[in-house]
Design a protein around this ligand. Structure first.
Ligand SMILES: [Zn+2]
Length: 316
């Protein structure tokens, strides 16, 4: 390997799998997922340049539902499955020794923050995509800023908590992001991070078909232990870990098994579907998601769930 490991700087690495953009079909280029032979961190190889990587993100990557009946159904579904995230963050805020707003990095259309605001919390969103930040405000009434966490207009120690759901696996330099979060969080505040968990059963069983590797958008594939080490290095102590997410784990298995049914992939690939066909595919997908629940609960109970959500305390 010519590229050094981003965590330890060591170059030799073992090739685990090969694959291309299975979900959105943005490229035919084949990438590998390799394991660093020194620190065992899993990473995409080779890393695309930032300019190339941009082409692997479809324009419609963030999600805002339209206002028709099927979309309203999808929105209801999204609210039900997001409760896990909302409850995890509310509990973290209850345990935090700090008062103040919550900043969600990679806020998308802002539904999560809207639900948190409905529980009486003050919230702010941040997203790379101008359309996402605009939609968070226009659709969901969530104040949102367009930009990068490393260059935000916020004063240091402004927030009781910073949340990052499925953000850091997309970053070339997660350390700079986590350090920026550290500066923005008040003493005693909390960081909540969620990533796909590369030490899950789904990866073992499905290999490159596991949608958690998401070639070529996931530059680093964390195991729960890697995330703990990274957080510690950036000034945080992991205090709580959850391996199950109702939004992500069953749907992740469904999308791994039947990527052609994934609602977001269908939208991004702009597949023509009359409303009835769209509803039928949505229901079929929903059925597959429900069938996936028992397995994903079992793997999570064995600490091998396909996502890992961590609450971390800002160290003094
Ligand atoms: Zn390494």
């Amino acid at each position: 390997m010519d590229e050094p490991c981003p965590a330890c700087g060591h170059s030799p690495a073992l090739v685990l799998i090969e694959g291309s953009d299975r979900l959105y079909g943005t490229t035919d280029r084949v990438f590998q997922v390799v394991e660093c032979q020194a620190c065992q961190l899993l990473r995409l190889h080779p890393w695309p340049s930032p300019g190339e990587l941009r082409h692997y993100y479809p324009d419609d990557y963030w999600f805002v539902p339209e206002q028709d009946a099927v979309s309203n159904l999808e929105e209801t579904y999204r609210r039900v499955v997001l409760r896990d995230h909302v409850n995890f963050v509310r509990r973290a805020l209850d345990r935090a020794e700090a008062e103040g707003p919550v900043l969600d990095v990679g806020c998308g259309g802002g539904l999560f923050l809207k639900m948190l605001a409905e529980k009486g919390r003050s919230v702010v969103g941040l997203d790379f995509a101008l359309g996402a930040a605009g939609a968070a405000w226009n659709r969901n009434g969530v104040p949102a800023v367009c930009g990068s966490l490393t260059q935000t207009p916020f004063a240091p120690e402004s927030f009781a908590a910073v949340t990052m759901f499925h953000v850091i696996e997309h970053l070339f330099d997660p350390v700079s992001y986590l350090e920026a979060a550290h500066r923005l969080i008040k003493p005693g505040g909390r960081l909540i991070v969620q990533v796909p968990n590369a030490s899950c059963w789904q990866f073992l069983l499905l290999g490159e078909s596991w949608n958690g590797v998401d070639i070529p958008r996931h530059l680093i594939n964390y195991r729960a232990h890697d995330l703990e080490i990274l957080l510690d290095r950036c000034g945080f102590e992991a205090t709580r870990t959850k391996y199950f997410s109702l939004r992500d784990n069953p749907a992740g298995l469904a999308s791994s098994l039947a990527p052609g049914l994934d609602p977001m992939a269908r939208r991004i690939r702009a597949i023509e579907e009359p409303p009835k066909k769209r509803l039928a595919k949505d229901l079929l997908y929903l059925g597959l998601v429900m069938l996936s629940v028992p397995f994903t609960l079992l793997e999570a109970a064995c600490h091998a769930g396909s996502t890992v959500m961590m609450e971390a305390r800002k160290k003094a």
